[in-house]
Design a protein around this ligand. Structure first.
Ligand SMILES: *Cc1c(COP(=O)(O)O)cnc(C)c1O
Length: 493
């Protein structure tokens, strides 16, 4: 299986090369030439562990990895770093199934992919005889950063540099990042928003002069952002796993379609669900949930993607995004795998901040449903679900739950539904607790953590316990224009 650039049909690479490069030339993204079909039966599926499911899915995409290599990557990733043996448990509340993707090192769903990416990357480097040290450059809206730092800390032959919007992440997210250990880790706050951080990183990736200077100094860049197929592929796994669990528990019959609701930012997680569907997993609707930064909702509603609008800071900061990078992979697909067509739309996005797809392309989007939740609706659903059965969800998951209610009301569709639960409520404690009762707003962060534990009956996760007392190790703050010079300084170039 080869991977082709969304912006240049001539650029084709193996899986390991795509993982190493992260981004294709001219700002393109690598996509699999075709989506492989799942080759295990329902009976097999329902008896697989998470790790076994991961192998069944990933072997179809990473075809230049040997069985031994891939199994080793999987075993190194999905181990005691997760606080549950199931890795991604399903919890039923009301009439939906929450797929808890937050049991890893940093209690958010990015751990699902970022715990395996360093292993995939190191294996890929070995396979391709890479001598340089690999520099992971990442822009984060909060969760990617910490999950990538945790994944790469002290991994030999790598360095990791993370940029985050100084005033655009939660206090706990920031504390998690700036206390990161590991001599190869660097964390920088920028005076700007996530899109500016991401644009700055993308520019460095496509700067050929910088690449030459790096090469001379014995470095090469790679990306841990959700544009790396080494992140995308591991995310397909949990949808397949969830389906297997629901079969096993008798919740669904063989072949029965389920809906999937995904709180969406960069469009990586929902794209993975789309790929799972294309592999033959019986998924009905792909429900794309946005917060008040509702670019995607507008896109599904009108066929025009328009980032020219005010950037809103919400209580679900990991979804505060106006350019959803991974959407390009879907655009490429619905353009009939046409790199030229995609390229011209992306050019319009870069130059005018918007593009419009054709009516034929819009027809291809029928399996998606988009909607958004306001801040008030998000808080409301947290309170209601807690009130009904004591289950506490985080703000991102709440956006999905609120959008699912709208979908259900609008369509009357009662198909069994999985909501991707993307963060632990302990990561966004203040927003979650004040949604339940405003009286909590006067309490300090860590007291709220204890209150949440008492109220939900869930033990305070290790990731939170650890940062209570950890010293700050990273204090660099810079302007957007200074990002490149900061990188050079860290690398002593
Ligand atoms: C990153 C993130 C999202 C958005 O996921 P995408 O793959 O970027 O769409 C949603 N929720 C949380 C908690 C996240 O960290």
């Amino acid at each position: 299986m080869l991977y082709v650039s969304t912006r240049n049909a001539e650029e084709k690479v193996s899986a390991s090369q795509a993982i190493l490069k992260g981004l294709a030339g001219q700002g393109g993204l690598f996509v699999p030439e075709q989506i492989p079909k799942l080759d295990c039966s329902a009976e097999q599926l329902m008896n697989l562990t998470y790790q076994e499911t991961a192998y069944e899915v990933m072997k179809l995409f990473l075809t230049d990895f040997t069985e031994e290599e891939l199994k080793k990557c999987i075993q190194s990733a999905y181990d005691e770093k997760f606080d549950t043996e199931e890795i991604a448990p399903l919890v039923k509340s009301e009439d939906v199934h929450f797929l808890e993707l937050f049991h890893g090192a940093t209690i958010a769903f990015k751990d699902m992919a970022l715990s395996i990416l360093p292993h995939l990357l190191i294996t890929s480097a070995r396979k391709n005889h890479v001598k340089n040290d690999i520099v992971i450059l990442t822009a984060t809206s909060g969760d990617t950063g910490k999950a990538a730092l945790a994944g790469f800390a002290d991994v030999e032959g790598t360095k990791i540099i993370v940029f985050y919007p100084k005033d655009g992440v939660s206090p706990i997210q920031e504390k998690q990042m700036v206390t990161q250990k590991g001599d190869n880790t660097f964390v920088v706050g920028i005076n700007g928003n996530f899109d500016q951080a991401q644009t700055g990183v993308k520019q460095m990736f496509s700067d050929e002069r910088l690449a030459q200077e790096m090469e001379a100094a014995g470095y090469q860049f790679s990306s841990a952002n959700s544009i790396n197929i080494g992140r995308l592929v591991p995310q397909i796994v949990y949808y397949v796993y969830a389906y297997g669990r629901m079969l096993k528990s008798g919740e669904i019959a063989k072949g029965e379609k389920i809906n999937v609701v995904v709180p969406t930012g960069n469009f990586g997680n929902i794209l993975a669900a789309f790929y799972a569907k294309n592999m033959g997993l019986p998924i009905g609707k792909l429900i794309c949930a946005s917060n008040e930064n509702k670019v995607l909702y507008d896109f599904f509603a009108t066929g025009t993607y328009d980032r020219n609008r005010e950037f809103i800071l919400t209580s679900s900061p990991s979804m505060d995004i106006l350019i959803s990078s991974n959407l390009e992979r879907l655009i490429y697909r619905i353009a009939g795998d046409d790199a030229k067509k995609n390229q011209s739309l992306m050019k319009a996005l870069q130059e005018e901040g918007k593009y419009e797809i054709t009516p034929e392309m819009r027809e291809e989007l029928a399996e998606f449903y988009g909607n958004y939740a306001s801040e008030a609706e998000t808080a409301e659903v947290i309170k209601e679900i807690y009130g009904q059965d004591g289950y506490v969800i985080d703000t991102h998951t709440a956006v999905a739950a609120a959008v699912y209610r709208k979908y259900r009301k609008e369509t009357g569709d009662t198909a069994k539904t999985v909501i991707a639960s993307t963060a632990s409520p302990f990561k966004f404690t203040r927003s979650v607790m004040t949604a339940i009762d405003e009286k909590y707003d006067s309490q300090p962060d860590f007291q709220l953590v204890d209150e949440l534990s008492a109220l939900s009956g869930v033990k305070v996760p290790r990731a939170i316990e650890e940062i209570r007392t950890a010293p700050v190790r990273h204090e660099t703050v810079c302007e957007v224009e200074e990002m490149q010079s900061v990188v050079k300084k860290f690398l002593k170039m």
